[in-house]
Each structure stands twice: as C-alpha cells, then as structure tokens.
Design a protein. Structure first.
Length: 111
C-alpha cells in the first residue's frame, strides 16, 4: 500500500501535486496561444479548411481548460479552482485550504 492510498500527505506528494497543477495550466496556455500560428498555417491550405481548423482548436482548448481546472488540491483533496460557490481558474491558491500554487518553491513547510 502506498502513502497516497493510506491518505498520508507528505511534502513530496504536495510538491508533485503543485507541479501537476502548473503543468496543466501551461498546457492550457500553450493550446490557447497555438491558435494564431496554427490558423496562419491553415489559411495557406484554403478557406474551407479554416472552419474545421477553428472548430478543432475550440474543442482542444475546451478539453485543455477542463483538464487544467478540475484538478484536486494535493493537500486537502478539494477542487483547487472551485470552492465555496466560487470558480476561479487562475487562482494562486486553493479555494478550500489556501495552499499557495508556488508553496513548494518557498522555504515554508508544505503540510
């Protein structure tokens, strides 16, 4: 049985969880900003492809956004971006327990 199965929270598990949240956010931003060069390349292929390219990008952006925003807090287990009736996809701390997104890069204990 692993520590996560037992429900133990360690500095390492919190650190890995925070890294995952930041990685998912970077992926969402990458997909968002990839629209412009992708559309420039698609325009070269013709007008009929632009609509399909835009639709594919919107679907990919929606998927990347949901993937980034539904992650759970590594400390409390609640949804990091949702709490108390609030939804903030770019919050810098957990809306349940207040764990800062960059807490693992500071000298304070994480748990």
């Amino acid at each position: 049985m692993t520590e996560s199965e037992l429900g133990f929270i360690t500095d390492k598990s919190v650190r890995l969880g925070l890294q995952d949240i930041r990685r998912r956010r970077r992926w969402a931003w990458f997909v968002f900003w990839a629209f412009f060069p992708a559309m420039a390349a698609i325009v070269v292929l013709g007008e009929s492809v632009v609509l399909w390219g835009a639709a594919a990008w919107m679907a990919l952006w929606a998927g990347a956004s949901v993937y980034a925003w539904i992650i759970r807090c590594p400390r409390c287990g609640g949804r990091f971006h949702f709490g108390g009736g609030l939804n903030n996809p770019w919050t810098r701390s957990c809306l349940h327990c207040g764990l800062r997104l960059r807490a693992d890069q500071q000298s304070d204990p994480l748990v």
